[in-house]
Design a protein around this ligand. Sequence first.
Ligand code: C5P
Length: 403
Amino acid sequence: MRGKSILLIIGGGIAAYKSLELIRRLAERGVKTRAILTKAGGEFITPLAVSSVSGEKTFQDLFNLTDESEMGHIELSRAADLVVVAPATADLMGKLAGGLANDLASTTLLATDKKILLAPAMNVRMWQSPSVRRSAQTLKKDGVLFVGPNDGEMACGEFGPGRMAEPLEILAAIEQALGAAHIKDNAPLTGMRALVTAGPTREPVDPVRFLGNHSSGKQGYAIAEALMRAGAETTLISGPVSLPAPGGVKLTRVTTAREMLAACEAALPADVLVMAAAVADWRPDFAANSKLKKSTDRVVPLIKLVENPDILATLAASSNRPRLVIGFAAETDDVVENAVAKRARKGADWIIANDVSGNVMGGERNRVHLISAKGVEDWPEMTKTEVGAQLAARIAETLKGAA
Ligand code: C5P
């Protein structure tokens, strides 16, 4: 990223304040940001605040002679490596999708020859309205990139998709848009191997039925992607989920716990193992070869359960043990106490404990605690993508420190 430059268009929305943090994070990585603040954006943050963090002039007005003579909208749109719109309002999306241009932001967006990345932010009903859906579809078809929006509570008090992605997520999307190859160069986990599991397992009862759980796989996929981005050669062993394969990660799909164990053993050795999968603790002692039928005398079949192998404990005790073994603990009660006990019982180095009594399973956000030999760290609530990025950074620190 170092040496790249971004043109950031800040639209009108309460999320505009997060753009200031985005500019700071970009600056930390040696990226120069030049900003355009729309008229509505200027109602939320000031050009002075933007220039203070960017160290650059902030552009506001298409019809300002001085601005146009210094750096006109055509040049502004071409001088950067990437154009980012955050927050991207319904208005800016609609104008870009419809080819309208009546201010500096919209003319610049039409005039650019660079990729455009949008971080939408708006009320949930606006985001779900047919016209915004149409704009989003058109823009995606035109090759415009998106990050977010996330589900969550909104400034207006409603809940649902519409919250702007967090600065670290936008940063990750910018890195990706600028080209993954470049990120690899300064990736701390280069030369290391990571093994990640994700999703539920399904334990068959008969050919059409199974025992399963609500795991969506989102957290595990985010971790695998973050480790890959950090340079690790990453294998992801996934139970049945509806997520697309993350680019750059070797994906093996499995169904049952026993298949997951076999796939993990085949993928070793690795430097780090992250067991984010929600593995079924039990399976029916045998799966019927044909569909169980309702009997006329209404006798209900009894399903006897037997214990599944504990993949985490098995791999932690194996001769092929990865240097860093990380398990997850999904708990509804006494989250930290149970996780501390689990760390010892399973022989893991770290346990990431999360409270799944809310809508964590399937949701976009997570609040976790990292339990290690050093004690318990409470992490603030963040998106699963951010949890993945933070965890990858901690893994890198630890493996590098131990190398
Ligand atoms: O005991 P519990 O299921 O809560 O432990 C959770 C952790 O153990 C997770 O990291 C999960 O992936 C792993 N696990 C496993 N094999 C099992 C059950 C859980 O590896 N059979």
